[in-house]
Design a protein around this ligand. Structure first.
Ligand code: EPZ
Length: 419
């Protein structure tokens, strides 16, 4: 396994180009199962989770190739298999996203239950209830969801107790070829869903309610392959904004979408960062002291849970108290113990963490536990006095394309080496 070594205390200066969004590229790749032909997807990030999804697609009969750096060409003429095996699904829960398109294309899908992960139980009951509402028969056996429908799925009305991102995406992909209309109530409104809707619409799907919490899908007879561009990764963008906040400096992020981070901008300005928004760029400067803020994670457009750990690191560098409520996942404070090794003063009480900032952190050996917690440790290392070593960095490789290269490019003293 590799580790990352950071000599902290150096401000960041220069430019970082943001990559395509992992959480857009994953459902968009799955959606190529919906119809035969050659699909072209641009701005696909180079990530471990993308490689895992492409491996899963290959087992289903799909072939693919990377063209210039970030373009994927996917041929789904021959979708011969309908099973997503445990050994693939257990490494990436987003594999469940093949359930909807396989049911639409083949009327059959057998997908391993993903199992929990570091941040929570991560059930998929909303997904399964949705498929049943569309006429699928589901059985749970030996840890697999076995779904089938004779003929086509039939439109229905589905209500999500919680606006689940991948459940919304899965039901969207099941409904586009169903008989009749499907209504999804309390649908998630993350920008990644609009990105998927744009792709499905270009393929010939009829979908109303883009960016709203009620989606209406009118089933069509068939779809055509298309060309799609993955939107910039808003979580990667937010991560680097916080990194500049923590380390100090003046950085311009390019190829990003400021409009996709409404609540984050508010928070970071209240922390004392200077943010200048362009159409597809953000200049972020932090020169003065940081101010403490409170945060509650919420579904979009609220504060993203995927940026909670990063913001917590920033709060350890203020001189005040911050209360952070994690409302989406039940165990997303794994980074707290590691930050405390670096001198942070944080008390966890259920879904709430109380951070007492002392204005600084000290470098130390720490361990990555999940994707976004790893990012919060990198940010801590950039700000800490001394050397920080982060082990198990394979977590980072899941969601950050060339993180070491991007941070070195703006002056960070950061390297990757064999553990
Ligand atoms: C997506 O996960 C993202 N992953 C997550 O990003 C992100 O943290 C999450 O949305 C919330 O924004 C992808 O898009 C691939 P949910 P997802 O279903 O869809 C509960 C990252 O770091 N729930 O919106 O799995 C669930 O337990 C990852 O990139 C059910 O109870 O999240 C959670 O409490 C981490 N039953 C809440 O809903 C279900 O069937 C929201 O989860 C589904 C979800």
């Amino acid at each position: 396994m590799d580790k990352i070594v950071i000599e902290g205390g150096r401000p960041l200066e220069g430019e970082i180009r943001i990559s395509g969004a992992k959480n857009s590229a994953l459902p968009i790749i799955a959606a190529t199962l919906l119809c035969p032909g050659t699909h072209i997807i641009h701005n696909v990030p180079e990530l471990r989770d993308i490689r895992t999804m492409l491996k899963l697609m290959e087992t289903l009969g799909v072939s693919w190739e990377r063209r210039e750096a970030n373009t994927l060409v996917i041929n789904s003429d021959a979708v011969t298999e309908f099973e997503a095996s445990y050994d693939l699904v257990k490494t990436m829960r987003a594999s469940v996203l093949v359930l909807g398109p396989l049911l639409s294309r083949l009327g059959r899908a057998r997908v391993s239950l993903p199992g929990g992960c570091a941040i929570g139980a991560r059930p998929i009951d909303f997904h399964m209830q949705g498929f049943q509402k569309l006429g699928a028969q589901l059985e749970l056996e030996q840890g697999y969801v076995d779904a089938r429908v004779s003929g086509k799925l039939r439109g229905g009305t589905i209500y999500f107790d919680i606006p689940s991102v991948t459940a919304t995406e899965n039901i969207l992909m099941a409904a586009v070829l169903a008989e009749g209309a499907t209504i999804i109530k309390n649908a998630a409104r993350e920008p990644e869903i609009a990105n998927l809707i744009d792709m499905l619409t270009r393929m010939g799907a009829k979908i109303e309610g883009r960016n709203r919490d009620k989606l209406t899908i009118h089933g069509v007879k068939s779809l055509e392959p298309c060309e799609t561009v993955v939107i910039p990764d808003r979580i990667e963008t937010g991560t680097y904004l916080v990194a500049v906040g923590a380390a100090g400096g003046d950085v311009t992020l390019t190829n990003c979408r400021p409009a996709h981070l409404p609540s984050m901008f508010e928070k970071l300005r209240n922390c004392g960062l200077f943010l200048e928004e362009g159409k597809d760029s953000i200049r972020v400067i932090r020169s003065g002291p940081l101010k403490n803020v409170d945060v509650k994670t919420m579904p979009y457009p609220g504060f993203p849970t995927d940026l909670q750990a990063q913001l917590m690191t920033l709060m350890t560098l203020t001189d005040g108290l911050s209360v952070i409520h994690e409302n989406i996942f039940e165990n997303r404070f794994m980074h707290v113990a590691e930050l405390k090794r670096m001198g942070a003063d944080i008390m966890v009480d259920g879904g709430r963490a109380i951070v007492k900032g002392h204005g600084k952190l000290n470098g130390a050996p720490v361990m990555a536990t999940d994707l976004r917690a790893s990012a919060s440790l990198v940010i801590a290392g950039l700000a800490a006095m001394g050397t920080t070593e982060i082990s198990r960095v394979y977590h980072l490789d899941r969601g950050y394309d060339d993180l070491v290269g991007k941070l070195s490019g703006v002056g960070a003293k950061i390297r990757r080496e064999k553990e």
